[in-house]
Design a protein around this ligand. Sequence first.
Ligand code: SF4
Length: 109
Amino acid sequence: MPRTIAATPTPTAAAEAQAQPAPGPLLPGARPAWYEDALCAQTSPEFFFPEPGSSVSEAKRICSSCAGRAACLDYALTHDERFGVWGGLSEKERHALRRRNLGLTRTRP
Ligand code: SF4
């Protein structure tokens, strides 16, 4: 899935995408090693920070081929990135994963 480490979350994913000075989820100077091979840096940030309700399938397709996917997802979870696609997971999928990891998922009686 910007500038100074994906900075403070913006009100909407669209605003986040427009605030991006360059493609990719991280700004120069805030880029970890795995970002060197990030495929998102070679594509449009709109794929990774789409308008609300828009498809993230293109971002996920790109992530599926990215060598840094696991590290990217770990980074997003560690830094509580709330917006955009990171490591092949959407915002909702990361939220669900966080809840599962914390044992907060509902189980049916
Ligand atoms: S996994 Fe996706 S969001 Fe993360 S660095 Fe790779 S292409 Fe970018």
